[in-house]
Design a binder for this molecule. Structure first.
Ligand SMILES: [Zn+2]
Length: 1134
C-alpha cells in the first residue's frame, strides 16, 4: 500500500495519451441545444417521440358543430337546444366579431381503443386556432383551450381514467373567434382588430403522449434556461451545458430506452431521485425561501376585446387553474377583480362553486379588494373608495373573508391618495410593477413603505421580476434577486407567474419548471431558492416581520407617477366625460335619496333605491378598468361603455325625480332650453355641493336671453332667485369689439382682451395687475402627436416642440350685463371648434374677494389624426411647482426641468383644477370633463382632445362638447377658493319649478348635515349605510346616514359637524370605508342642532355614520314600542 494514496476510490492517471483531448468550443455546444426538439430535425429529434399514438379518423373522433349567429353568445343550455351539423378537422370558422359566427359549439364523441388502458395518460387535443372551453355534457366548464402556436398554447384535455377504461367519452366545446389578444392585424398587438379573421380547426385528435419524453423535454428546457441565464463563468452554468450536451448524445429516437438514460443524466444537476419527491421538493434545501412563486392570470376586463369576451376568458382561465391544482398540490393561484367573480357567479354557476371550494380550501386566493383593477389617476376619491367598498363587500359576502393586499400591477400611475384609502378599506399591503415601464427614470425601490399625501403608509412590493406574467423561467427566478433594488433592506421577492393580459394563467410546464428550478437550488447556491404553496399575504407578513414593521425599509412619499402612457388622461373624450358626469350624478342621487328616505314629507312609502344605486355604481366602477377609462381599448369597448353610461344617466335621472317627488312634491324640472315660466311657479335651485353659492342662470327669451341670479346662503342647500342682485348685476359684465378689432371683456373686477384671435391681456382691475406677460398670448393650441409606439397611450415629450397656436375668429357678442357672452370660432384642418366665451359679473364663490370665472364652452367637430388640442395661458406668475387636484386632495409637480424626474412630468393628471400661484396671486384652470394638464415654466395648459389611431382607428372622431374656465384668485392657492369654485363648476344647480302655493317643507328646512368652523373640510358624500334595512318601515329597522368628509388643502382642521335638530339619532360613529366602527363620537348640543367635533390632518378622509332613530336619550327604549310614526323622521316644524 502506497502511503501517498488518500481515500479508497483513487483513479490511476494513465502514463500515455494518444487521443485528441476534450476541449470544446463552448458557443457551438450552446447553439447545438436549440436542435434537440422540433425545428428542422423534428423527424429525428425529441419531437419525433413525444406521442405514442394519434387518431383523428371518424371512427374514433366524431364532431358536430353549431355556429351561433352574429355576435350572439348563447348559454350552454341555449346552445344545446340547437341543431348541430357534422364537422371535421380543417374547416374554417369566422369571421371574428362581425356579421356572423363568433361563437361555435361542438359536441364531441370519442371512442378509445381498449388497449390504451395501459397508458398513463390519454388526451384529446383540440386546436381551433383561437380560444375555446371544454364542458361536461351537463354544462360544467372543465378547462380552457388556447389554440395556435404561441407561448400560451394549451390544447390538451386529459381524459379521466375511468372514461378511458369505459372506452368512450362525450363532451362539449365552445370555441370563440378570437385569440388571447383579441384579433389584431398582422400580429401587432395594438393594431385595431381585424374583423374579418378566420380560424382553422388544426387539430381534433385523440392522442397518447409519451410521458417520459415530455419529462425529458422539461428537463432539457430547465437546463437550457440555466445555460442561457446564468453567467458563463459559473460552475452551475457549465455543468448544465455539459449535461444538456451529453443528453443530446445519449438520446436516440430509435431506442426509447435512451430516454430514461438521458433523464438520469439530468439528475447530475437536479439531484438524485428529485422527481420522486413531487411537491415535496419544496421542503428540501433552504428553509427560508427567497423567491415566492404565486400563480396569477391578469385578465384585462376589456382591452383588445369587449366585456362579453372577458366573461368567457374568466371561465376558461379559472377552470384551467382549478384543474391544475388537482395535479399540482403546491399550486396556489391568486386573482383580483370582484367583477370577474360576479360574472362567473352569474354566468357559470357550476364553475363558481368549484372555484369557491378551492377558495375555501385556501388554494385559490382572491386579492386586491377592489371591484376591478381600476385606473387610479382619474376616478374621483369617492369612486376609488367605492372600488374598495364594492370589492371588499363582495369578497366578504361570498367567501367570508376580506382581502389584505391591494393589487394594481398594471394601472398607469398610482395616486398618492391610495395608501390612506387602502388602509381605510381594511388592507395594509400593496402590489404593483407598472413603474418598471418608466421610459425615463428607473424607480429606485422594490420593497418600500409607500407614504401617501396624508402621511398614511402601506407596505409596497414592486416585484423585481418586472412583470405580472412571468413564465416561471430560471431567468425570472434569478431576476427576483439580481434586479432587486434594495437587497440591503429585504431580499425576498414575489414571482407572479402565468400567462396574462388576455387570461390563461400558469401552464403545467411552468409548474414543472419551478419544481426543477427548486431542485437545482437544493443542490447549488447559484440560484435563489423558489418556494410555492404560500399566499401573497404570507409574503407580506414575512416582510413586515423581517423589516421590523417597515423600519428597515426605504420610504417613497406621494404619488407613484408612471413616466409613460401620459396620453391616457386625454384619449377618448367620451369616456372621460361619462366618468366625471356619472360620478357627480351618483353623488347627487345618493344625497337626494338619503334626504327623501329620511324626510318622507308626503310619500311615506319612499324607499332608498339601494339596489338601483348599486347597479349604477357597478357600471361606473367597471368602466374605470385600467384600459377602458384611459382610452386605450378598441372601439367596440367604447360603444359598450357609452351604453353603460347612458343607462346610468337614465336611472340616475329617474331616481332624482323620484327623490324630488318626495322632497318637493309636484315640483318639475326647469329646463334652461325653454323660456322661464313665472306665473304660478317659483324657480328654485337645489345645491348638492356643501358650499354656499351664487349662480347666474340663463334662459332664452323672445329678444335674446334673460338672466336670473340665484343665491344659496350658508347653511342651506336651496338657491332662491334674487331680484335685487339680478338688477344690480345687469350693469356688471360687458363684451365689445374696439376700433382695433380687439375683443374686450370687462367686469368691475376683471378685463380680458383678445387681440388677433389670442388672449393678449388679462387684468385684475382691483389690483391693477396684468396677468399675461408681455409678448406672450393664450388660447387654443394644437401639437403634432406621434408617440414612439403606444399610440392611444402615449404622448411623447417631443410633441411640445411643435406648437401651432390657433386663433379665435368670427366673434359675435350675444349678451351683456349679468353675463358677457361672445361666440367665436376656430378652424383647423377638417375640424371646426365653436367656443362660447363668457365672463360672469358675479364671483365664482361667495368667499370674500373671490374673482369671477372666464368660461369657455366648446363644441368641436373633430376630424384630425395624430394631433393634440390644448388650451394654454401664459402667466405673469413664478413658481417652481404647480398644484393639481387629485383624489381627496392635491398634488404639486415641478414647472421646471432641473432633473430627469422633473422633466418626466411634462403631462400630468389633474381632476377639477390645475393652479399656478405665487405669494399674493394665482390663476387656475378648471375642468368639468378633462384630466390632462401641464405647467411648463409659466404656461398652464389643459389638454382637450387627441386623435390616436391604435387600437381604435377612429378615436375621438366626431362631435364633442366640453367646458373649461380661467379662475384668477387673489392670494396663493392655499388661501384661495379654487377647490370650491371647481366643485361648483362641476355641479350645476338642480333647477325646479315649485307651485306658488305648494307646501314645500324642504325649502324651509335647514340643511341636515353641515360642516362649520373649517373651510378646508369638505362634505363630499351623503348616503345611507351599507347595512341598512332599506325596505322595512318598522321602527326596529336599521337606518343610518353615512357622511364622508375630507380635508382639501393639506393642513389641520377642527370642524364641527352639525346634525340638524330635525334628525333624531341614537349615536354617531367614526368608521372606516367599510363602515366598521372605529369609535363612538361624543355628541354636543346647541340651540338648534347637535354636533360632533372632528379633528382632521391634511388630506385626511373621515367617514361618519349616524345611526338614525328616536333621540339617543331616554326615548330610545319607549320608541321601540311606538307605532305612532310611519317614518323615521318627523319634521314637525323645521
Ligand atoms: Zn392590464
Amino acid at each position: 500500500m502506497c502511503s501517498h494514496h488518500h481515500g479508497s476510490s483513487s483513479v490511476d492517471y494513465p502514463t500515455t495519451n494518444h487521443g485528441p483531448g476534450a476541449k470544446w468550443i463552448k458557443h457551438l455546444t450552446k447553439d447545438r441545444l436549440s436542435t434537440f426538439n422540433g425545428g428542422h430535425f423534428s423527424d429525428v429529434n425529441l419531437a419525433s417521440v413525444l406521442f405514442v399514438h394519434r387518431l383523428d379518423d371518424a371512427n374514433h373522433v366524431s364532431l358536430q358543430v353549431w355556429s351561433a349567429p352574429g355576435l350572439e353568445k348563447p348559454s350552454f343550455e341555449e346552445a344545446m337546444k340547437q341543431k348541430f351539423r357534422p364537422a371535421k378537422k380543417g374547416e374554417s370558422f369566422g369571421p371574428s366579431w362581425v356579421r356572423s359566427d363568433t361563437n361555435h359549439w361542438w359536441k364531441v364523441s370519442v371512442k378509445i381503443p381498449a388497449y390504451w388502458e395501459q397508458y398513463e395518460r390519454v388526451q384529446f387535443e383540440f386546436d381551433p386556432g383561437c380560444e375555446a372551453m371544454i364542458y361536461t355534457t351537463d354544462g360544467v366548464p372543465l378547462q380552457g383551450i388556447t389554440g395556435g402556436f404561441g407561448g400560451d398554447r394549451r390544447v390538451e384535455y386529459i381524459i379521466p381514467r375511468e372514461l378511458v377504461k369505459a372506452g368512450k367519452h362525450e363532451f362539449v366545446i365552445e370555441s370563440s373567434c378570437n385569440g388571447m389578444f383579441g384579433v389584431p392585424w398582422n400580429g401587432d398587438t395594438i393594431a385595431p382588430p381585424d374583423m374579418n379573421r378566420f380560424f382553422q380547426l388544426a387539430s381534433a385528435d385523440l392522442v397518447v403522449p409519451r410521458a417520459d419524453a415530455w419529462a425529458l423535454l422539461w428537463d432539457f428546457q430547465t437546463l437550457r434556461e440555466l445555460v442561457d441565464t446564468l453567467p458563463g463563468n459559473t460552475a452551475l452554468q457549465n455543468r448544465a451545458l455539459s449535461v444538456a450536451n451529453e443528453i443530446m448524445n445519449v438520446f436516440d429516437n430509435t431506442d426509447l430506452a435512451s430516454i430514461p438514460r438521458a433523464r438520469k443524466l439530468a439528475e447530475t444537476v437536479f439531484g438524485e431521485a428529485w422527481e420522486s419527491k413531487g411537491e415535496g421538493i419544496y421542503k428540501d434545501g433552504a428553509e427560508r425561501p427567497q423567491i415566492w412563486g404565486i400563480g396569477h392570470c391578469h385578465i384585462d376586463t376589456a382591452w383588445l376585446w369587449p366585456y362579453r369576451v372577458t366573461q368567457q376568458k374568466v371561465a376558461r382561465s379559472w377552470s384551467t387553474q382549478v384543474d391544475l391544482m388537482e395535479r399540482y398540490p403546491e399550486h396556489r393561484f391568486t386573482c383580483s377583480q370582484a367583477q370577474q367573480y360576479k360574472w362567473l357567479e352569474q354566468l357559470y354557476p357550476p364553475l363558481f362553486e368549484r372555484v369557491k371550494a378551492k377558495i375555501l380550501k385556501g388554494q385559490f386566493h382572491p386579492v386586491g379588494g377592489s371591484w376591478v383593477e381600476n385606473d387610479s389617476n382619474m376616478p374621483s376619491g369617492e369612486a376609488l373608495a367605492r372600488q374598495f367598498i364594492f370589492g371588499q363587500r363582495y369578497f366578504e359576502s361570498r367567501f367570508g373573508k376580506r382581502c389584505e393586499t391591494a393589487w394594481l400591477p398594471d394601472s398607469f400611475g398610482l395616486t398618492g391618495a391610495l395608501p390612506q384609502l387602502i388602509r381605510l378599506a381594511d388592507m395594509k399591503y400593496f402590489f404593483t410593477q407598472k413603474l418598471s415601464w418608466n421610459n425615463i427614470n428607473v424607480f429606485p425601490h422594490s420593497t418600500f413603505n409607500w407614504v401617501g399625501i396624508d402621511g398614511t403608509q402601506v407596505l409596497c412590493h414592486m416585484t423585481p421580476v418586472d412583470t405580472y406574467t412571468a413564465q416561471a423561467t430560471v431567468g425570472d427566478v434569478n431576476k427576483g434577486t439580481t434586479n432587486h433594488k434594495n437587497l440591503e433592506s429585504s431580499d425576498i421577492s414575489l414571482l407572479v407567474f402565468g400567462n396574462g393580459d388576455g387570461g390563461g394563467g400558469p401552464l403545467a410546464k411552468m409548474l414543472e419548471n419551478l419544481r426543477r428550478i427548486r431542485a437545482v437550488s437544493n443542490n447549488s447556491r447559484e440560484l435563489p431558492p423558489v418556494s410555492m404553496g404560500q399566499s401573497v399575504e404570507d409574503f407580506f407578513d414575512t416582510i413586515t416581520k423581517e423589516s421590523e414593521a417597515g423600519k428597515k425599509l426605504p420610504n417613497w412619499s406621494g404619488e407613484l407617477y408612471l413616466e409613460f402612457h401620459r396620453g391616457t388622461y386625454t384619449s377618448h373624450g367620451s369616456i372621460k366625460k361619462g366618468n366625471r358626469k356619472s360620478e357627480i350624478l351618483l353623488r347627487d342621487v345618493e344625497h337626494l335619496a338619503t334626504l327623501a328616505s329620511l324626510y318622507k314629507f308626503h310619500s311615506g312609502d319612499y324607499n332608498y333605491p339601494n339596489d338601483t344605486i348599486n347597479d349604477c355604481w357597478e357600471k361606473v366602477l367597471l368602466n374605470q378598468f385600467h384600459d377602458v377609462l384611459p382610452g386605450s381599448a378598441i372601439g367596440m369597448v367604447y360603444a359598450d361603455a357609452e351604453k353603460l353610461y347612458a343607462e346610468v344617466r337614465k336611472d340616475a335621472e329617474e331616481l332624482i325625480e323620484e327623490a324630488y317627488s318626495a322632497l318637493l312634491p309636484k315640483s318639475v324640472r326647469a329646463s334652461t332650453k325653454v323660456p322661464i315660466v313665472t306665473s304660478d311657479f317659483r324657480l328654485v335651485g337645489y345645491n348638492t355641493t356643501p358650499f354656499p353659492r351664487r349662480d347666474v342662470v340663463e334662459f332664452p327669451a323672445h329678444n335674446g336671453t334673460v338672466h336670473m341670479v340665484l343665491e344659496c346662503p350658508e347653511g342651506s342647500n336651496v338657491s332662491l332667485p334674487s331680484t335685487t342682485l339680478t338688477e344690480d348685476l345687469d350693469r356688471g359684465a360687458f363684451a365689445s369689439i374696439n376700433e382695433a378689432g380687439d375683443l374686450v371683456f370687462q367686469s368691475p373686477v376683471v378685463r380680458m382682451t383678445i387681440s388677433e384671435g389670442r388672449i393678449s391681456s388679462l387684468v385684475d382691475l382691483e389690483l391693477d395687475r396684468e396677468l399675461i406677460p408681455a409678448g406672450q398670448t393664450g388660447g387654443l393650441v394644437i401639437f403634432d402627436d406621434r408617440p414612439n409606439y403606444w399610440d392611444a397611450w402615449d404622448v411623447e415629450v417631443h410633441h411640445l416642440e411643435t406648437p401651432h397656436p390657433l386663433h379665435f375668429t368670427n366673434y359675435s357678442v350675444k349678451s351683456n350685463g349679468c353675463v358677457a357672452t361672445v361666440l367665436a370660432e376656430v378652424k383647423y384642418g377638417q375640424s371646426t371648434i365653436k367656443v362660447k366665451i363668457s365672463l360672469d359679473s358675479i364671483a365664482a364663490t361667495l368667499k370674500k374677494d373671490s374673482r369671477p370665472l372666464i368660461r369657455f364652452d366648446a363644441t368641436v367637430d373633430w376630424h384630425e389624426r395624430h394631433k393634440f388640442l390644448k388650451f394654454e395661458i401664459p402667466l405673469n406668475i413664478h413658481n417652481d411647482v404647480a398644484t393639481y387636484e387629485t383624489q381627496f386632495g392635491h398634488v404639486q409637480r415641478p414647472t421646471h426641468k432641473n432633473t430627469t424626474w422633473d422633466m418626466a412630468k411634462f403631462e400630468v393628471c389633474g381632476h377639477k383644477y390645475a393652479d399656478l400661484s405665487e405669494f399674493g396671486y394665482g390663476v387656475a384652470l378648471l375642468s368639468e370633463s378633462k384630466y390632462g394638464f401641464s405647467c411648463r415654466g409659466n404656461v398652464l395648459r389643459i389638454s382637450l382632445l387627441r386623435a390616436a389611431t391604435a387600437p381604435d382607428a377612429e378615436q375621438d372622431q366626431g362631435m364633442h362638447e366640453f367646458s373649461w374656465a380661467i379662475k384668477p384668485h387673489k392670494g396663493h392657492f392655499l388661501e384661495s377658493d379654487v377647490p370650491q369654485a371647481a366643485y361648483i363648476f362641476n355641479s350645476p344647480l338642480h333647477l325646479r319649478y315649485v307651485g306658488e302655493d305648494d307646501h314645500a317643507p324642504l325649502l324651509e328646512t335647514k340643511t341636515p348635515f353641515s360642516v362649520e368652523g373649517a373651510s378646508n373640510v369638505f362634505l363630499e358624500t351623503v348616503k345611507r349605510g351599507l347595512d341598512d334595512d332599506f325596505d322595512s318601515h318598522e321602527n326596529s329597522a336599521y337606518v343610518s346616514v353615512v357622511l364622508r368628509l375630507y380635508e382639501a388643502f393639506g393642513g389641520h382642521a377642527q370642524a364641527k359637524l352639525n346634525i340638524g335638530g330635525h334628525i333624531p339619532f341614537r349615536k354617531v360613529l367614526l368608521t372606516n370605508l367599510l363602515e366598521d366602527e372605529i369609535e363612538e363620537l361624543d355628541v354636543h348640543k346647541d340651540e338648534s342642532s347637535s354636533f360632533v367635533k372632528l379633528k382632521l390632518h391634511g388630506f385626511e378622509v373621515k367617514t361618519v355614520k349616524i345611526i338614525v332613530g328616536r333621540a339617543f336619550s331616554s326615548d330610545a327604549e319607549s320608541e321601540g314600542a311606538s307605532s305612532r310614526r310611519s317614518s323615521w323622521v318627523t319634521v314637525e316644524k323645521p
